[in-house]
Design a protein around this ligand. Sequence first.
Ligand SMILES: [Zn+2]
Length: 77
Amino acid sequence: MRESCYCGRVGEVEDREPVWRDCRTEALRCPRCGHLDPLPYLDADARRGVFEESERRSLERLAEGARAGRGGDRAAW
Ligand SMILES: [Zn+2]
């Protein structure tokens, strides 16, 4: 699902940062301008699906960053 933000960023909704709004509502934050999108146009199930995909991608990015940063020379336990 592709979408553009107020700031002009265009990309997949799932590539935004997943955040909890009020600790109970899923929202996605634009990595460029910080705009929080509570996905009001989606029903609860669809929103959860998009949010979970976004969480998955965000964890993947973290894992990739950690690998790149350490150069793979970490000792194996
Ligand atoms: Zn934006």
